[in-house]
Design a protein around this ligand. Structure first.
Ligand code: BDR
Ligand code: CA
Length: 312
C-alpha cells in the first residue's frame, strides 16, 4: 500500500475524503492525519479528524494538530458552508482517543527526514500551512516525499471564495507559494475538475443504501453540504472536492490533466490567492505541477460507495 500522510481541515468534504482513504487499507497506508485551521478553527478540525478516526474504527492512525493560523494573512474560515462545527448534517461529539503528542509540523519534519527516499505521498486537503512551515524549517524533508497531491486552486472557471481564488489557496496563499516553488512533484485537484464531479440525489441515496454507519454519515453530510453549493454556484449537484483527491490516489487512470507551471498570486488585491496556470505554456516558466481537469464522475461515486461499504 502507498504510504501517505493526510493534512486536512475537516470540513464536510474532508470527512468524506478521510472515510474513503481509511476504507482503502489494501491500497493506502495512512500513517497519520495532520490538522490545520481552515474551514473552522484548529480545535474543531482536530476534533473532527478524531471523530472520523472513530467512525472508521482506525485507532492505529495518529492525529497530530498543526498550525492554528495561516503564515501571514488574516485567518478566514468557511463555517457558512461547513457549519459552525465544521461538519454540517451530523451531530458532533468528543471522541475517546486523544490527539497524538507533538506538533504536526514537527511530525512532518521527523517522518519525512527518516523516510526512505521519495517514498511518502503527502495529501493536502486544506490550507497548506503545515507543509510550507515544514519545508521552510527543514528543506531536507523533500528527500522523503514522492509526491504532493493537493486539493486547491482554480483556473478555467474562476474561484469559489473570490472571483479569482479557490478557498484552500486563498486561506494561505503564502503557504501554497512555498509549496509550488519547492520543486517537489505536485498533482493538483482544482475546482476545474471537482466542479465537474457532482453529487446527484441518486448518488447520495446509493451511499445511504449501503446500510452501514459510514454510508449514512456520508449521506447525511452530503445532503446538508451540497445544498449550499447548488444554490450559490447554480450547479446541478454538489462537488465533493477533497474526496475527489483520494479518488485520484486510488484510481489515477480515471483522471486527465497536463503538466503546467502554476504560480500563486500573493499580492493583496482582487486576484489575491489566485493560481495563475500557464495552461498553454506561454510563459516558458518550467512545469511544476500536474493540473487535473477531468475525471470519471460515475466511476468515482461507484468507487466511493464500494469503499464505504467496507467500513463499520
Ligand atoms: C476546499 O475548500 C474547503 O472548504 C473544502 O474542504 C475544500 O478543501 C474547496 O475549495
Ligand atoms: Ca478541506
Amino acid at each position: 500500500p502507498l504510504p501517505l500522510i493526510i493534512d486536512t481541515d475537516p470540513g464536510a468534504d474532508d470527512v468524506i475524503a478521510l472515510l474513503l482513504a481509511l476504507s482503502a487499507r489494501d491500497k493506502l497506508d495512512v500513517r497519520a492525519l495532520t490538522t490545520v485551521a481552515g474551514n473552522v478553527q484548529l480545535n474543531k478540525t482536530s476534533r473532527n479528524a478524531r471523530m472520523v478516526r472513530e467512525w472508521a474504527n482506525r485507532p492505529d492512525v495518529p492525529v497530530y494538530a498543526g498550525s492554528p493560523r495561516p503564515m501571514l494573512r488574516t485567518p478566514i474560515y468557511a463555517a457558512e458552508v461547513h457549519g459552525a462545527e465544521g461538519v454540517t448534517g451530523v451531530q458532533v461529539f468528543e471522541p475517546k482517543q486523544p490527539l497524538a503528542k507533538g506538533h504536526a509540523v514537527q511530525y512532518l519534519i521527523e517522518t519525512l527526514l527518516a523516510a526512505p527516499p521519495q517514498s511518502m505521498t503527502v495529501v493536502t486537503l486544506g490550507p497548506q500551512t503545515n507543509l510550507a512551515m515544514a519545508l521552510i524549517e527543514n528543506p531536507g524533508i523533500r528527500q522523503g516525499i514522492k509526491e504532493v497531491v493537493m486539493m486547491g486552486g482554480a483556473h478555467f472557471n474562476g474561484g469559489n471564495i473570490t472571483p479569482a481564488a479557490e478557498f484552500n489557496v486563498f486561506a494561505d496563499p503564502h503557504a501554497s507559494d512555498v509549496v509550488f516553488k519547492s520543486s517537489l512533484p505536485i498533482t493538483v485537484i482544482p475546482l476545474d475538475v471537482t466542479h465537474k464531479m457532482l453529487t446527484s440525489p441518486e448518488r447520495i441515496a446509493g451511499l445511504r443504501n449501503i446500510g452501514n454507519k459510514a454510508g449514512k454519515t456520508a449521506a447525511d453530510i452530503l445532503d446538508a453540504y451540497v445544498a449550499h453549493d447548488i444554490k450559490q454556484y447554480g450547479l446541478p449537484g454538489g462537488p465533493v472536492h477533497d474526496a475527489t483527491t483520494i479518488g485520484y490516489l486510488l484510481r489515477p487512470e480515471m483522471f486527465k490533466g497536463r503538466m503546467v507551471n502554476v504560480e500563486v498570486d500573493t499580492r493583496e488585491g482582487p486576484t489575491f490567492g489566485a493560481t495563475v496556470v500557464d495552461y498553454y505554456h506561454s510563459s516558458k516558466r518550467p512545469e511544476n505541477a500536474r493540473w487535473i481537469t477531468d475525471g470519471d464522475t460515475q466511476g468515482f461515486f461507484d468507487l466511493l460507495t464500494a469503499q464505504l461499504a467496507k467500513l463499520p
